[in-house]
Write a protein that binds this ligand. Structure first.
Ligand code: ADP
Ligand code: MG
Length: 326
C-alpha cells in the first residue's frame, strides 16, 4: 500500500514547484499576509514556507497529513467546491509520502507553537511543544528521496528553481495584497514584494520597469457564460526574448494550451512578427464548469464553454490592442 501511495504522490507532485504551489495555496487559504519561501538545490534538498496565517490547532496535527484530511469542507454546499479541482486534503498527504515533512505551527490562541514530523502520511514521533510565531512553517526535505525514477528525471536544481520563481512570481502578482519573499538558503533574497502592494507594482518588481510601464488593464464581465475576467497586458515588449503568460482560473495558477494559442494568435495578427508580450489573465468561472477530470496539480486545466469563453477573451484583448495602436 505504501508503494502505491508513493507512486500516486509522485504523479501528483512531479517537481518541487508543484509541491510549492500547494503549500502557497494553503498559506493563502489560511489568510496569511506574509509568505516567505526558502529553497536549497531548486527545492529538491530543502523547501520551506513560512506564513503568518491562522495556524493549525495542535489537536489537528496528528491527522493533517492523512489523505482526505481537510478543514475546508464544512457544509454540504462546499461539495460543489470539490468539483472545482476534484480533490481535497491530498496535498500534505502526498508530500509526506515522497519527502521528509515537518510542520511548525501556532494558532493565535495557543500558548506555544507545536512541531510535528511526518512520514507516509503519519506522525513520525510525538508532537513537541516549542517556541514559534503565529502562523505555519512547513519544511519539505529530500523531495523524491524514495522515488528513484523521479529523482533521476530532475537533474537540474537551476531549472527547478526557475519553475519555483515562476510560481512564486505568479502568485505574488495575483495576490498583490500579500507580501512574498523568495530566497535560496543562506543567500540574498531573489524576489520580494511588499504587503499591500498592487498588481502593477509587483509586475515591476518581478519583470522590470520596461514591462510594467507598458501595462494596460483589461476587464470583462459575461454573466451568460458566468465569466469574469480581469488582467494586465502589454502591447509589445521588445526587451524580453520570450513572452510571458500568467493564467489564473479561479485563483489557481494553471496552463491552458487553448487560451495560450488564442492569445498568441491575437498578438500575431495585430503586432509585428516575433514581438513578445506580457499577459496576465485572471478568469473566474463557475466552479461547476471547470473540468473535474483533470487533476489539479496537472498544470493543464479544462473548462466548459471553452470556445465561447476563448472568443470573449480574444476580442477583449483585441480591442485593447487596437485602441492603443490606432
Ligand atoms: P486542503 O488544502 O485541500 O484542505 P491539504 O493537504 O493541502 O488539503 O491541507 C490539509 C489541511 O491542513 C488543510 O485543510 C488545513 O486545515 C491544514 N493546513 C495546511 N497548511 C496550512 C497552513 N499553511 N496554515 C493553516 N492550515 C494549514
Ligand atoms: Mg491544500
Amino acid at each position: 500500500e505504501e508503494v502505491v501511495n508513493r507512486i500516486a504522490a509522485g504523479e501528483i507532485v512531479q517537481r518541487p514547484s508543484n509541491a510549492l504551489k500547494e503549500l502557497i495555496e494553503n498559506s493563502l487559504d489560511a489568510k496569511s499576509s506574509s509568505i516567505v519561501i526558502t529553497v536549497k538545490a531548486g527545492g529538491l534538498k530543502f523547501l520551506q514556507i513560512q506564513d503568518n496565517g491562522a495556524g493549525i490547532r495542535s489537536e489537528d496535527l496528528d491527522i493533517v497529513c492523512e489523505r482526505f484530511t481537510t478543514s475546508k469542507l464544512t457544509k454540504y454546499e462546499d461539495l460543489k467546491e470539490i468539483c472545482t479541482y476534484g480533490f481535497r486534503g491530498e496535498a500534505l498527504a502526498s508530500i509526506s509520502h515522497i519527502a521528509h515533512l515537518t510542520i511548525l505551527t501556532k494558532t493565535a490562541s495557543a500558548k506555544c507553537a507545536y512541531k510535528a514530523s511526518y512520514e507516509n502520511g503519519k506522525l513520525k514521533s510525538p508532537i513537541k511543544p516549542c517556541a514559534g510565531n503565529n502562523g505555519t512553517q512547513i519544511t519539505v526535505e529530500d523531495l523524491f528521496y524514495n522515488v528513484i525514477a523521479r529523482k533521476k528525471a530532475l537533474r537540474s536544481p537551476t531549472e527547478e528553481y526557475s519553475h519555483i520563481m515562476e510560481v512564486v512570481g505568479g502568485y505574488a502578482i495575483h495576490n498583490s495584497h500579500v507580501g512574498f519573499t523568495l530566497k535560496k538558503f543562506g543567500e540574498n533574497t531573489d524576489l520580494k514584494t511588499p504587503f499591500k502592494s498592487t498588481v502593477i507594482e509587483n509586475v515591476r518588481i518581478i519583470h522590470g520597469n520596461a514591462i510594467a510601464r507598458e501595462l494596460m488593464e483589461i476587464e470583462l464581465e459575461e454573466p451568460t457564460l458566468k465569466l469574469s475576467l480581469r488582467g494586465c497586458i502589454t502591447n509589445v515588449n521588445y526587451s524580453h526574448k520570450k513572452g510571458t503568460m500568467l493564467l489564473f482560473i479561479n485563483h489557481r495558477l494553471v496552463d491552458s494550451q487553448s487560451i495560450r494559442k488564442a492569445v498568441d494568435s491575437v498578438y500575431s495578427t495585430y503586432l509585428p512578427k516575433n514581438s513578445h508580450s506580457f499577459v496576465y489573465l485572471s478568469l473566474e468561472l463557475d466552479p461547476r464548469n471547470v473540468d473535474v477530470n483533470v487533476h489539479p496539480t496537472k498544470h493543464e486545466v479544462q473548462f466548459l464553454y471553452e470556445e465561447q469563453i476563448i472568443e470573449k477573451i480574444k476580442s477583449c484583448i483585441e480591442s485593447k490592442l487596437l485602441s492603443c495602436n490606432s
